[in-house]
Write a new protein. Structure first.
Lengths: 303, 425
């Protein structure tokens, strides 16, 4: 009666799973065609000279050698990105944790506040916000209008090389929503009886934070730090929109990714740009590996 | 109930899909594909002409337009994918690169046939040639020009700048601006404007590049240039470095449109576009001179070309459409002078009486440059764009923000530009 019993394992598995794979097909096509394929191609291209119009020409490791020996803009853009990562990530995490602690005190209307504070993260990487930022921090923008109330004549923040990168760091901090939500979830996991015990022992609020909250939250801090650092290394849109793709003024907002984009799509050096992309990948991988190696000294897992 | 598709059905289905996909370009081949950069105003005019062409029985045209900055990556990507449009708007800066790689097709075989070009200006025709072959049909002649806010000059009680205005006159004009409370600087900071530097060099009897793609100026020229602008900046004649850095390229962020300065360096054909986004009446004039008897810094430049894609299957149809753009009087009336002054004598004559006052200004400006007009320089080397965008502008900003002295900047520009040129070869 049941024919399936007599067929092989393979064909039974196929019959059972074929519809599933069929539904996955669009994703497979996307994954292999739009992700894996280009990744492999870019690795090959990083060893070539390729201007899009003529066929790639094999040059061995020349692109990688040039990066470190004969390209001041590579170093300049690396400096900008590292500065951005070093300042934006800790500040953003501190801000997110601060807001999460405030929201964690069981206030009324919490879901509303949580949604409101999360909103910038949804909008943050968008073109519209970058344009808004341009307006806010221009010489005659809202920020300077506000400062003028106190008699302060502010500079044009976005077009002054001394402050332009800081406006991008502030923009990044403003998008604290996603680490905040994760911190909030982490804070909910900390057992209330620890605080009860501590307060019976007469511990102060700040002592409770440093001795209970923070240590128990370290896995969440660790997770957020990794995610945000990778995001910061990859950051592109705000600098691209605010500087019109130039990295101006004086290359002060020339993020590594922006330089990579210029090399690829402005000067059509696809080979060199691919090499830059692979170096970025390597750098982020090394950073992440380093974080994992050191994590055992400061991340406390509850087990 | 489970969904089951047997392998034969699946194969048949996907084959049918593949066949359909293979067929569809054949249907689309009836329509010509066109790509160009520019504003909405340009797109409206362009599509107005393609509609006329379709009404006259020509094939439909499927157009696509982008901003200048997005245009080149898109075109290069399409070309690399063997998917370049039939008609490609081309710039003087890129035509050599595209021609040498056969990404655009030589049009000589159509001249006299699909492209009569009987009364086409010779200098404009020559501008579209690479190695003696015709690769681009000029869509209009233009010249660099100062874009001027006339209302500000009325307020300052000054005459508009003209053919006798020199750089040395600027400080006095700026004083009038300040004393009459115009509330803007006289002029944008032109130290990072490559066309303005070129115009100034040509008045000195030099040029940006030689015919074989080398620098045609010396360190001292660049030092003098940056020094002149540093003095203008210090005297408050031009805008601050901080304001100038707000200009990221589009017309909307220029010092003129932002209301920071009354005069900016630009191109004559852009008068139409600037007037469209500015309330005050805008006019154009020549760049300042270094002396009233200096040789001509200006030249009639092909503002842009139409080229035919190197892999186009309909080269002749494409050439016919280009011909419609440059030689049909009705098309010219739709296009106006937004891409520059038409290059065909008869089209110019038909167009002139129908133009509005502003377009007349642009037409007359290019026609009346007189002694300010010099010869057309050779097309710039392939890496000229990189020298402009990644070196010249940055160094001018460094001087503006006080990070470099003019002397230092002149040297840095010279060695940096030579580095980029030698890396290209």
């Amino acid at each position: 009666m049941d024919r399936a019993v007599s067929t092989s394992w393979w064909s039974r598995a196929w019959q059972a799973n074929a519809p599933g794979y069929l539904f996955l097909l669009p994703w497979f096509i996307g994954f292999f065609g739009l992700t894996i394929g280009p990744i492999i191609t870019s690795f090959y291209l990083s060893f070539t000279n390729f201007d899009l119009l003529t066929a790639p020409e094999w040059v061995g490791a020349d692109n990688y050698v040039r990066m470190f020996t004969n390209d001041p803009k590579f170093l300049a853009s690396m400096r900008v990105t590292l500065f951005f990562v070093i300042f934006s990530v800790p500040l953003k995490l501190a801000f997110a944790l601060g807001v999460a602690l405030l929201l964690n005190r069981g206030m009324r209307g919490l879901p509303l506040y949580r949604a409101l504070f999360y909103l910038p993260s949804l909008l943050g990487a968008s073109v519209a916000i970058a344009i808004l930022w341009r307006q806010l921090f221009a010489g005659d923008g809202l920020v300077n209008d506000f400062l003028a109330i106190f008699g302060i004549q502010g500079p044009s923040w976005i077009s002054n090389p001394r402050y332009s990168l800081w406006t991008l760091i502030v923009l990044s901090i403003w998008q604290f929503g996603s680490p905040m939500i994760i911190f909030l979830a982490g804070l909910r996991q900390i057992p209330q009886d620890m605080y009860e015990a501590a307060s019976l022992d007469g511990a102060s609020k700040s002592r409770m934070f440093w001795k209970i909250t923070l240590p128990l939250l370290t896995p969440v801090v660790f997770f957020n730090a990794i995610i945000q650092t990778i995001e910061a290394f990859k950051s592109f849109t705000p600098a691209f929109i605010i500087s019109g793709g130039t990295g101006n003024p004086i290359n002060s907002t020339l993020f590594y990714t922006l330089y990579l984009y210029q090399e690829a799509f402005e000067f059509f050096r696809m080979g060199y740009a691919s090499a830059l992309a692979w170096f970025l990948l390597l750098l982020v991988a090394l950073f992440t590996a380093f974080s994992f190696l050191t994590s055992k000294y400061w991340v406390h897992y509850d087990d | 109930m489970t969904l089951r598709i047997d392998r034969r059905q699946f194969l048949m289905g996907s084959t049918a899909l593949a066949v359909a996909a293979g067929i569809s370009p054949a249907f689309a081949a009836e329509a010509l594909r066109m790509i160009f950069w520019g504003s909405q105003a340009r797109a409206d005019r362009t599509y107005g002409v393609t509609d006329l062409y379709a009404k006259a029985g020509g094939p439909a045209v499927q157009g696509e337009f982008l901003a200048w900055g997005d245009y080149w990556p898109k075109l290069a990507t399409q070309t690399a994918g063997g998917n370049a449009p039939d008609i490609i708007q081309m710039d003087y800066r890129y035509i050599v690169e595209y021609a040498k790689r056969n990404a655009i097709a030589p049009l000589d075989e159509f001249v006299g046939g699909a492209l009569p070009l009987a009364d086409f200006d010779k200098d404009q025709l020559d501008g579209g040639k690479v190695d003696g072959k015709l690769y681009g049909i000029s869509l209009g002649a233009n010249s660099v020009a100062l874009m001027i806010n006339t209302v500000d000059f009325e307020k300052a009680g000054l005459e508009l700048p003209g053919q006798n205005t020199t750089y040395a006159d600027l400080p006095a004009m700026a004083e009038a601006f300040a004393s009459k409370g115009v509330g803007k600087k006289l002029i944008a900071d032109g130290s990072g404007s490559e066309p303005m530097f070129e115009n100034w060099l040509r008045q000195r009897g030099k040029a940006l590049y030689t015919a074989d793609g080398k620098l045609a100026w010396e360190v001292q020229d660049a030092v003098d240039w940056f020094k002149m602008w540093a003095d203008l900046r210090a005297a408050g004649v031009c805008v601050s470095a901080e304001d100038q850095a707000l200009d990221t390229g589009p017309l909307e962020t220029t010092m003129l449109t932002l209301g920071k300065a009354s005069v900016i360096p630009s191109n004559s054909n852009q008068l139409v576009a600037f007037q469209a986004i500015n309330q005050d009446k805008i006019t154009i004039s020549n760049f300042p001179r270094i002396a009233t008897d200096a040789p001509g810094g200006h030249y009639r430049k092909p503002s842009m070309f139409f080229s035919v894609g190197g892999s186009s299957a309909q080269k002749e149809e494409a050439a016919k459409l280009i011909n419609f753009f440059v030689s049909n009087p009705d098309a010219a009336k739709v296009l106006g002078v937004e891409r520059g002054i038409p290059c065909s004598v008869s089209v110019r004559e038909a167009l002139a009486p129908t133009l509005d006052a502003q377009s007349q200004v642009a037409l007359n400006f290019v026609a009346n440059l007189g002694s300010l007009l010099g010869v057309l320089p050779p097309s710039p080397p392939a890496k000229a764009g990189e020298i402009d965008s990644s070196l010249f502008r940055v160094i001018s900003q460094e001087v503006g923000f006080g990070a470099r002295s003019p002397e230092d900047a002149g040297n840095a520009l010279f060695t940096g530009a030579n580095d980029i040129l030698s890396r290209a070869s």
